[in-house]
Design a protein around this ligand. Structure first.
Ligand SMILES: Cc1cc2nc3c(=O)[nH]c(=O)nc-3n(C[C@H](O)[C@H](O)[C@H](O)COP(=O)(O)O)c2cc1C
Length: 313
């Protein structure tokens, strides 16, 4: 059996393997040191960073659902300054790509965080979370409107020399429009997808389970939706895609790679077992070697579906 070459590139970002951990499900990486060697990961994506620390929403913030979970954490984080001073230096010894996930309530907030990260050492790329309400536009979600997405991407592109990944929301009518808007304004890659909006109800109390009311659905329940969106975006833009949504095993990761992703992220699975991403790496390696495929990079976008319907049935 050949030992496959797992290394891939997402634009200018080289990863030792295509498996990263997803934002908000892996803290700042450091919390997972008791469970795994961070150097084994292709990369890790931090919890979303804002200019100031945020406490997030009150509980309940998480609820398990069939084949997934709903969360409304409310973007709790330590703030970009504490991340740069206290977290980033402690990640330096590990040979893995650190991607900083960023959000803001205004364009200026995104820019402020990006300028600070640009001046720091040890960030491989930034990933914009555009699933955040734009307070200047009356709470409209940045990522739900191609024009708003274009504006924030343009401002962020000017604010940093770091590779810029734009993470798309699936809560749109046609994800190809937001993907094209990000590409046109200089994004280096598209990450997809963020969570799907949902709600769980406590029928005894006649109240939503989550204090926030609604939450974001993630986990295996969303995988077919996310694979489909990956395939749609693959045919709409030329820039690389980082795919995610319900990846639990190496085979799940292969689905995204075949559908056009150059790399993947593992999120909710980390709540099931903190070593989930390592299991995905091992599973991917086995899948490739059993088939005598020499490298992970070569399977990207090789789905045999040129003739497949582009409209869901
Ligand atoms: C508890 C929780 C917190 C999350 N926080 C963030 C975040 O801060 N920024 C972000 O871009 N995505 C965030 N996400 C979305 C994930 O990064 C990922 O896009 C989504 O969960 C789908 O992948 P999965 O099904 O493997 O979890 C969060 C997801 C969960 C479950």
């Amino acid at each position: 059996m050949v030992s496959p070459d797992l290394s891939v590139a997402v634009g200018s970002v080289r990863l030792k393997n295509p498996v990263m951990t997803a934002s908000g499900t892996f803290g700042y990486g450091l919390e997972f040191l008791p469970f795994l060697d961070l150097s084994e990961l292709g990369g890790l994506v931090t919890k979303g960073l804002s200019p100031k620390p945020r406490r997030g929403n009150p509980p309940e913030r998480i609820v398990e659902t069939p084949a997934g979970m709903l969360n409304a954490i409310g973007l709790q984080n330590v703030g970009v300054d504490a991340f740069i001073a206290e977290k980033l230096p402690r990640l330096a010894p590990y040979d893995t790509a650190v991607v900083a996930n960023v959000f803001g309530e205004t364009e200026a907030e995104y820019v402020e965080v990006l300028e600070k990260l640009d001046a720091a050492q040890g960030v491989a790329a930034v990933e914009l979370n555009v699933s955040c309400p734009n307070v200047e536009a009356g709470g409209m979600i940045f990522g739900n409107d191609p024009k708003a997405l274009a504006r924030v991407t343009r401002a962020c592109r000017r604010a940093t020399r770091l590779p810029l990944w734009v993470k798309l929301s699936p809560n749109v009518t046609d994800i190809r429009e937001t993907a094209r808007a990000a590409e046109a304004e200089g994004a280096d890659a598209i990450s997809l997808v963020n969570t799907f909006v949902g709600m769980a109800v406590n029928v005894d109390k006649k109240r939503p389970v989550l204090a926030n009311g609604s939450g974001g659905l993630s986990g295996p329940a969303i995988r077919p939706l996310a694979v489909w969106l990956t395939w749609q975006v693959r045919r709409a833009v030329k820039i690389p895609i980082v795919g995610m949504g319900g990846i639990m095993t190496g085979r799940d990761a292969v689905e995204f790679l075949l559908a056009g992703a150059s790399a993947v992220q593992v999120g909710t699975a980390n709540f099931v077992t903190p070593r989930a991403a390592i299991d995905v790496i091992d599973g991917l390696k086995t899948w490739l070697s059993e088939r005598g495929i020499p490298s992970a990079a070569e399977i990207t976008g090789t789905l045999r579906a040129a003739e497949a319907a582009s409209v869901p049935v």
